[in-house]
Design a protein around this ligand. Structure first.
Ligand code: NAP
Length: 456
């Protein structure tokens, strides 16, 4: 994939970037490795100052940064601004709390005194996706810089201006050279990089295919990895759910970011007594949305990330409908310039169809009608993915019972799948492994060293 900005609103290439040559790459890895020597002994309070400065700069320049996101991947401008706010809060959260998270932890020991000391490991490689181009980078970078690691990032090839801007912000905040580094690299060069002894661990957020490739190389080189991969979150609506709340949440949960979030509510599993009302209401909500320039705050349908992504979604939906699913609304590319896809509803999906098994990474509501709670749980778990999910019910005990039977890393009651700096984020099954955000993220890539003083 060429490293370039293609505006999905016009499908025109705006700017191209040259990948690093081997010498340039060597210098950057060497700088990151050298920087680790001093960064690992830099007091935590001082590390925090740089992160707080970055957080502050992001908020000060929110509009400017949001425009770069919208230009490169098409997100509605208000949602791009929210992403910048969220990302700033991630840097601030880890800056303000990591000292406590990294405190020595005492271990019960009969014959002496023992404790765990968290020590950093070295240079961490992050491979990041385009769908939240600032926030995804922040989620890996903030806890690791606070832990004393240095970070090199290979960002998605279609968001190079975001990638460059993140590095520029760290530079402006005065972070020492090599502590945070952007690498303009093609993905085919990642395998070799994982074998470099100076890279000690790695994390990838993206597709199953890319994740499997990174994990294979990490395994071969005996290095720890974290994978944050795809999802097909169930949005379970039980018969006693509050429908007004359900409607509000599904519009954000399924159509926010044009459906291109790992934790989008991709499978709506609803009790049969509410299914018709829900479908009608959703159809009405979608009919008032308005496509247009994503930089314009009046627009409510933005383009998808690329023409290629829109065409892939078209193929998935068309195959599903040709196999017998019912198309309630949408299902086509919009007849206009740009990577626009009509907000879509499909129902009557069976296990013989593509939509049942594949992740629909776009604005498509797939509605499944069920007779009871047991059927809802069975259907929710009949997925190779295990990222997040939601349960809607006015009976919280019942909702908790359902949540505990869903095979995913996260379940949210009476809200769409969400993410907050203080809540752990991660999946099971083919959605990956490892945790981002929350105190757990700070200790993912550290050495949990035992120190023991024996009683004498
Ligand atoms: P992708 O193609 O896998 O790209 C993600 C990143 O991996 C990019 O930087 C890409 O670089 C790189 N990459 C691709 N192939 C690679 C390989 N063989 N080895 C190493 N790196 C490789 O993913 P996408 O389709 O753009 O992103 C959408 C996917 O990400 C969805 O499945 C979504 O659910 C998932 N996602 C998951 C989370 C989570 O937290 N669980 C969050 C966001 C997104 P290039 O751009 O240069 O190809």
């Amino acid at each position: 994939m060429s490293i370039q900005t293609t505006n999905p609103y016009t499908n025109k290439v705006v700017k191209s970037f040259k990948p690093l040559n081997e010498d340039e790459l060597e210098h950057k890895i060497s700088d990151a490795h050298k920087a680790f020597d001093t960064w690992k002994t830099t007091p935590i309070a001082e590390r925090a100052k740089y992160l707080l400065k970055v957080s502050e700069l992001m908020l000060e320049r929110k509009q400017e940064l949001a425009k770069i996101i919208t230009l490169e991947m098409g997100k509605l401008i208000e949602q791009s601004e929210s992403e910048i706010e969220m990302c700033a809060s991630v840097y601030a959260y880890f800056a303000n709390n990591s000292e406590a998270f990294l405190k020595d932890k005492e271990v019960q020991d009969d014959g002496g005194k023992a404790f765990i000391r968290y020590t950093p490991k070295g240079v961490i490689l992050g491979v990041e996706p385009w769908n939240y181009p600032f926030n995804q980078v922040g989620r890996l970078t903030a806890p690791n810089l606070m832990a004393g690691n240095t970070v090199v990032i290979k960002h998605a090839s279609n968001v190079p201006q975001c990638a460059q801007m993140i590095e520029d912000l760290f530079h402006e905040a005065g972070l020492p050279k090599g502590v945070y580094t952007n690498l303009f690299l093609e993905s085919k060069r990642i395998a070799k990089l994982t074998a470099d002894p100076r890279i000690v661990a790695m994390s990838l957020t993206g597709s199953e295919k890319a994740g499997a490739s990174l994990a294979e190389n990490a395994g071969k080189n005996l290095k720890k990895s974290i994978l944050e991969l795809g999802g097909s979150d169930a949005f379970i609506v039980l018969e006693d759910a509050d429908m007004d709340l359900v409607m509000k949440e599904i519009m954000i949960g399924r159509f926010g970011n044009m459906g291109q979030a790992c934790t989008s509510s991709k499978r709506i599993i609803i009790h049969e007594s509410l299914a018709d009302e829900f479908t009608e209401k959703l159809k009405k909500e979608l009919s008032i949305l308005k496509d247009g320039d994503p930089m314009d705050k009046a627009t409510t349908i933005s383009p998808m990330v690329s023409q290629e992504a829109a065409e892939h979604l078209l193929e998935q939906v068309t195959d599903t409908v040709n196999a017998g699913a019912k198309l309630i609304v949408g299902g086509k590319l919009m007849q206009r310039e740009g990577a626009f896809f009509e907000p879509t509803i499909i129902t009557d999906i069976t296990s013989q169809m593509r939509a049942y098994h594949e992740e629909l990474f776009g604005p498509v509501a797939a509605i499944y009608r069920v007779k009871n709670q047991e059927e809802a749980i069975k259907l929710a778990n009949d997925s190779t993915f295990g990222l997040g999910g939601s349960v809607f019910s006015e009976d919280i005990d019942r909702a908790i019972e359902v949540a505990s039977l869903i095979d995913t890393g996260m379940v949210f009651i009476n809200e769409h799948s969400a993410s907050k700096p203080d809540l752990p984020f991660g999946g099971t099954k083919r959605s990956g492994y490892g945790t981002e955000l929350s105190p757990s993220a700070v200790t993912e890539f550290v050495n949990e060293k035992l120190i023991r003083i024996k009683n004498r």
